[in-house]
Unconditional design. Structure first.
Ligand code: GLU
Length: 300
């Protein structure tokens, strides 16, 4: 009807997919227990659905109309949402979750436009219709739900701390009273510091990478945001920074989209729930060696 079946990848994995399933909902295929076996990229582990119809979804109607998907993402968060500017390659757990959703809606990789949107601008990008959906360490909160809707959660982490590699004696936000702590504008962690830690001097940027740069240059004493994000930066700059302390909030990541699109919400939640091993394969590929221990959460 609207498009013919295409495979999200070529080669053995894709052929196996066809043999294993004739289902058309971005359905689970290979991965098995071991990060996808021979498949190099998660995009070869699911196939692009064909003849998708999502009755009553304005988002899906817009995608169909333009024959493409516009996904809001982060691109400075290693392991989660990252753009290698030299190769142009996008990697990360969130990026592959976004690809999986696109495939389940009938859109191949080359029909996806990734748009970097900073934490502070997410709700606006969604309400303006600049993006179809957002996948980027986006915590489900009641305040955000006043403006947009979420599917998920698909990942759970919590706020943590990143300090200089030589720093001693910092484990909690209380230990940073009288110090300067950096986070991203509009994020839950910056709101937490401002609301609950009056003795901390907050510093904020659009991007966490700018905070990490300040930390490395000695301009701030710590960076706070979700520990999963901080672990990615610590792996990127192991000589300079380290993650300390325990998680001190619960951050439940959702996929954000236009308020009222319950057809899309149900579609994505069903994909997560019925996705078989795909979530685990995406996790193993991107975060398996990070030390992060997270199981796939049940959707709301
Ligand atoms: N998950 C938190 C939030 O949504 C922090 C990470 C981010 O800014 O993306 O605000």
């Amino acid at each position: 009807m609207r498009r013919t079946r295409t495979l999200a990848g070529i080669g053995i994995a894709a052929v196996t997919l066809l043999a294993l399933t004739a289902c058309n909902s971005g359905s689970p295929t290979t991965p098995g227990g071991d990060a996808g076996g021979d498949a190099e990229e998660p995009s070869t582990w699911f196939e692009v659905a064909s003849d998708v119809s999502l009755e009553g979804s304005p988002t899906f109607d817009a995608m169909t109309e333009r024959d493409g998907v516009v996904v809001g993402v982060k691109e400075d968060q290693p392991g989660l949402g990252y753009l290698d500017v030299t190769t142009g390659e996008r990697t990360g757990f969130d990026i592959d979750i976004a690809r999986w959703i696109a495939a389940s809606l009938g859109f191949d990789e080359d029909k996806i436009e990734f748009k970097p949107i900073a934490s502070a601008n997410r709700e606006q990008a969604i309400t303006n219709g600049d993006i179809d959906y957002y996948v980027g360490t986006y915590s489900i909160t009641d305040k955000r739900k006043e403006l947009i809707d979420f599917a998920g959660p698909y990942f759970i982490t919590g706020q943590g701390l990143l300090v200089g590699a030589d720093t001693e004696g910092v484990e909690t936000l209380e230990d940073l009273n009288g110090k300067t702590v950096c986070s991203a504008t509009g994020s839950t962690p910056i709101q937490n510091i401002k609301a609950n830690f009056p003795e901390i001097t907050p510093k904020e940027y659009d991007l966490y990478s700018a905070c990490v740069e300040d930390l490395i240059n000695g301009q701030v004493d710590a960076v706070t945001t979700d520990q999963a994000i901080l672990i990615g930066f610590a792996a990127q700059y192991p000589e300079d920074v380290k993650v300390v302390g325990d998680l001190f909030t619960e951050e439940r990541y959702g996929v954000g989209f236009t308020k009222g699109d319950s057809a899309l919400q149900e579609h994505i939640n069903t994909l997560f729930t019925d996705g078989g091993d795909i979530w685990q394969a995406i996790f193993d590929k991107n975060l398996g060696e990070s030390g992060i221990k997270v199981e796939q959460p049940a959707v709301d």
